[in-house]
Design a protein around this ligand. Structure first.
Ligand SMILES: Nc1ncnc2c1ncn2[C@@H]1O[C@H](COP(=O)(O)OP(=O)(O)OP(=O)(O)O)[C@@H](O)[C@H]1O
Ligand SMILES: [Mg+2]
Length: 455
């Protein structure tokens, strides 16, 4: 992506990116959000509408009914002043209207109490009292939890006090609604978690199988889960079979070709050995030797190096492998050093990995005198350096030499044999393991080849 492109984001893009940063990265969490967010939104809207409408309406009706009862009580009380203590009236109120009523003589309204900040009850009841009775009143909806107290001033020194059950005036069981809402959300969340876990596991398995195929490890994979995921799984298995069939055919063909050519070359060598050792014959022998060496190189390359005819990955001892190549190089008169840090047990395809090592070390041996090998396997990654004190490779050509058949030695006029395939094969192997090889300058003055593999 061009750097300048960043300037052309629309505000919407930017908002989406900003938002995306806060979104969880995993499919599991994202899917959960996709399911849960609309539910929460819907429930909030429903709750709001319910509170606003239904709940307010019910409260108003209930308040209105209680207020009407109180108004009736006041009228009866005033029509029959002979019952000064209103004992009959109080009995009727408590038996038929479920209101606790008494008359306070020589009393005045208490000072207004604290208003609840957010109470529909207080507000609707006040409205109803004003509308239906229209006398000075005092209201306590905060105090005693289950009751609402109303006092109405009847005349100079008479006050009627009424205690109504809160539920009589107020749609108070609505918290049940909230409990139901919260409860059902939790149940839904639980189901979503269970369900999603089972949906996402097959996707993870598929990813694991694909990764294992890349690294040449065999794992048991059977498509499961939703139809689309299963379809992807079957497509993957089909692809894997095709790849394996291809490899098999290629291996068979290569084995045939190399067997036939080797037979002929061996016949050549034998015939030449029987001939008198004239300079021409010696030349021919050298040519035949070179030919078989090149044939081996081409075949190794064509075999696809990395898959090594379907070689399985397994545990290998890095120390043992490196000591092998080290002693090889020492036998050829090179000064070598070896340094291993971390776990020496690695998981690789042993033959392919040995070839990779051999190619790098033989390059170092061909160009330098001193060879240093250092490996670090402290993390999941194995990092391996092969250093030499040769001429190195100029920076501009360090990618070039990975191409098959590219040799700098010819251009340098120092033909030391070789087909220019060593590095391509080595890189193929590294990549087939899920890693790579890079070249840089060595502290020894020559070339440093660095291998990074998950192992
Ligand atoms: N350690 C090194 N120091 C200097 N040059 C190197 C080194 N390793 C490789 N090269 C250069 O990179 C070229 C490509 O290397 P590569 O290993 O692919 O082929 P080769 O060594 O020429 O042949 P082969 O490895 O197939 O026998 C070499 O021809 C050489 O010029
Ligand atoms: Mg080489």
């Amino acid at each position: 992506m061009k750097i300048g492109a960043a300037l052309h984001y629309t505000p919407l893009d930017r908002a989406a990116r900003w938002f995306g940063r806060f979104l969880p990265k995993g499919l599991y969490a994202r899917a959960l959000i996709i399911i849960i967010a609309p539910v929460i939104l819907l429930q909030s809207v429903v709750a709001y509408v319910f509170m606003e409408r239904h709940y307010e309406l019910v409260t108003r009706r209930l308040s209105s009914a209680v207020t009407a009862d109180i108004a009736a009580l006041i009228q009866i009380y005033e029509s029959y002043p002979q019952d000064r203590n209103a004992s009959t009236l109080a009995r009727i109120a408590s038996e038929s209207l479920q209101l606790d009523m008494d008359i306070l003589h020589n009393a005045d309204l208490p000072p207004p109490g604290p208003k609840p900040f957010f109470s529909i009850l207080d507000e609707t009841l006040s409205n109803e009292l004003r509308r239906q009775i229209d006398r000075p009143y005092w209201l306590d909806t905060v105090g005693r939890s289950n009751f609402v107290e109303v006092r109405i001033k009847l005349d100079q020194d008479t006050v009627m006090r009424v205690l109504a059950r809160r539920s009589q005036a107020y749609a108070s069981n609505s918290h049940i609604f909230l409990v139901w809402m919260g409860g059902s959300s939790f149940v839904l969340l639980g189901i979503a978690i269970l369900f999603l876990r089972n949906q996402i596991r097959p996707i993870l398995r598929l990813a694991e199988a694909a990764e294992a195929l890349g690294k040449g490890r065999e794992i048991d994979f059977r498509p499961r889960g939703a139809r689309e995921v299963r379809q992807a799984g079957y497509a993957f298995i089909e692809m894997k079979r095709r790849i394996e069939r291809n490899l098999e055919q290629r291996t068979t063909m290569l084995n045939g070709v190399s067997h036939d050519l080797r037979t002929i070359l061996t016949r050549f060598t034998l015939s030449l050995a029987l001939m008198p050792a004239t300079p021409e014959i010696e030349d021919l022998k050298r040519d035949v030797d070179e030919m078989s060496r090149m044939l081996e190189g081409y075949l190794a390359f064509a075999r696809g190096a990395g898959d090594d005819a379907g070689e399985q990955a397994g545990e290998a001892d890095l120390r043992q492998l490196l000591e092998e190549v080290q002693s090889d190089a020492e036998r050829q008169g090179h000064v070598t050093g070896l340094d291993i840090v971390g776990d020496p047990i690695i998981i690789v395809r042993p033959d392919a990995f040995r070839r990779l090592l051999f190619n790098l070390v033989s390059n170092a041996a061909r160009h330098g005198k001193r060879i240093e090998i250092s490996a670090n396997h402290e993390t999941r990654w194995l990092v391996l350096h092969v250093d030499d004190d040769g001429p190195g490779i100029p920076e501009g050509q360090r990618e070039e030499v990975f191409k098959p058949f590219v040799r700098l030695d010819e251009a340098r006029n120092q033909d030391k044999g070789g087909s220019g395939l060593g590095l391509s094969i080595a890189r193929d192997i590294a990549r087939a393991h899920g890693g790579d090889i890079t070249l840089s300058e060595s502290p020894l003055g020559g070339l440093r080849a660095t291998v990074r593999l998950p192992a």
